[in-house]
Design a protein around this ligand. Structure first.
Ligand code: ATP
Ligand code: MG
Length: 263
């Protein structure tokens, strides 16, 4: 009898257990890396949630561009909302050097926006679901040897599906990305001024980490902040930290706090 099957127990090999420790993927956003305890745990899938205009696309672009420029980690940006062209235009005042990185093959966009050719192609055959998404991503990730992946927004993938199926497909997708060694941001579009971090109510449980970008109303103004709701495998800051924009993208202030209404 195989030792591992005694009493139904599985061996470490069968369980595919890691050796231990937590390798990090540095975001290059100093304050964020600090509250994450050194960066995102490697090869994990993280939900990046927030309302309109709270900085999800800026943070996603910064994550990929920093990886490509500073850490020799190539990235793939899958756009299901804005077009790549729109992103380049809208973020032109930041020092991301997106075009340069694309020319150097350190960053690639997969345009699945409604106006993109791939969207139309996919639609002609079948609608864009997770299987189509994986088929489109696989060759690009392989060719670039990408280590960072962004899907912006993941919200667009789950329409007309029931919750168990969304849960199953998301889990499969997270495993697919992790098997490539990709650390992945799934952008979640959430309603403004509501305490909701996902559209379907299951995404936050399936992923390894949840980061929320806030743009909270305080009196007659809005205050930006970032909060790590969960990050499996690491301790992390427990507050809402102030966020500002600079030419480098988001700045996070780990020594300061954004105070909620209840504070
Ligand atoms: N230099 C800048 N260029 C563009 N946006 C900036 C700049 N500085 C600050 N912002 C703010 O960032 C917002 C855009 O950020 P971003 O596109 O990342 O938001 P988002 O969370 O992705 O929004 P959406 O849900 O609409 O996709 C703008 O609405 C603006 O408030
Ligand atoms: Mg966006």
């Amino acid at each position: 009898m195989h030792a591992s099957s005694v009493g139904g127990m599985m061996s470490n090999d069968e369980l595919n257990l890691p050796a231990g420790g937590s390798e990090r993927i540095v975001t290059g956003i100093d304050g964020l890396d600090k509250i994450l305890g050194g960066g995102f745990p490697k090869s994990r899938t993280i939900l990046l949630a927030g309302g309109p205009g709270c900085g999800k696309t800026i943070l996603s672009t910064q994550f990929l561009c920093n990886g490509a420029r500073l850490y020799s980690e190539t990235g793939v940006y899958v756009t299901l909302g804005e077009t790549p062209r729109g992103i380049v235009q809208n973020l032109s005042s930041f020092d991301f050097k997106i075009n340069e990185l694309v020319m150097q093959r350190k960053l690639a966009f997969i345009d699945l926006s409604i106006s993109g050719a791939l969207h139309r192609q996919a639609e002609a055959g079948k609608k864009i679901d997770f299987a189509v998404l994986k088929d489109l991503i696989r060759p690009v990730v392989e060719e670039l040897g990408a280590k960072r992946l962004v899907i912006d927004p993941i919200t667009a993938m789950g329409i007309n599906r029931d919750l168990p199926e969304i849960r199953e497909r998301l889990t499969e997708f997270a495993t697919f990305a992790s098997d490539f060694g990709c650390t992945t941001l799934l952008v979640s579009e959430t309603p403004i001024d509501q305490n909701i971090i996902s559209v379907f109510g299951v995404e936050e449980f399936v992923v390894d980490g949840v980061i929320v970008l806030h743009n909270m109303r305080r009196g007659g103004t809005r205050v930006r902040g970032v909060e790590i709701v969960k990050m499996r495998g690491t301790d992390h800051g427990a507050h809402i930290y102030p966020v500002q924009f600079s030419r480098q993208g988001l700045l996070v202030f780990p020594e300061e706090r954004v105070h909620g209404d209840d504070s």
